[in-house]
Design a protein around this ligand. Sequence first.
Ligand SMILES: [Mn+2]
Length: 223
Amino acid sequence: MVQAAAQAGKLPLVLGGDHSVAIGTIAGMAKHLRRSGQRLGVLWVDAHPDMNTPETSTSGNVHGMPLACSIGLGPRRLTHLGGFAPKVEATKVALAGIRDVDALEKPHVRDSGVRAFTMRDLDERGMRAVMAEALEIVCAGTAGFHLSLDMDAVDPEIAPGVGTPVRGGLNYREAHLAMEMAGDTRRMLSMEVVEVNPILDEANRTAALAVELVLSAMGKRIL
Ligand SMILES: [Mn+2]
């Protein structure tokens, strides 16, 4: 469905659900671009890198593996969805908001070629500088990028309705600025928002914030 929507000239927006849906979203976008020999960038905004494989995962949760699968690490059934791998080159992937990485997952993040901007990078350099560099990575040499927004990137004090909350996340304005800057590039080809869990949410505030962030990524501006 993602591939068909993109081929029809639309911007696919996938609403999760857990982050394993990204394996399909990215596969669809990569397959679409591959027809014209173009490459996809991926901007991954998340508290976690989601770069486990079945060998490194302590939980076995597939929602901890989608970025690994998309760069070709993991079980063939998932890495080769759609008949080819990798879906994206690791050097065309930027992560932002990372603050919870499993011990055995760390080498995948450090050595695969992805560029991971941790919360410390955001603390030291600010969202504006980090996002400018991240967007440069995902836009250079690509047709554009897929934005994968895990709501657990945002601090649980303002986005409590997620399955794996980690304190010390993006504040309200940092989250909006990241989305606004992504939208400003006019190179965002697809987007997904994942891990909103209504059962864990408080009066729908996480879902309402997710809607706001989608609007910012799609061009809504204060003035
Ligand atoms: Mn995630």
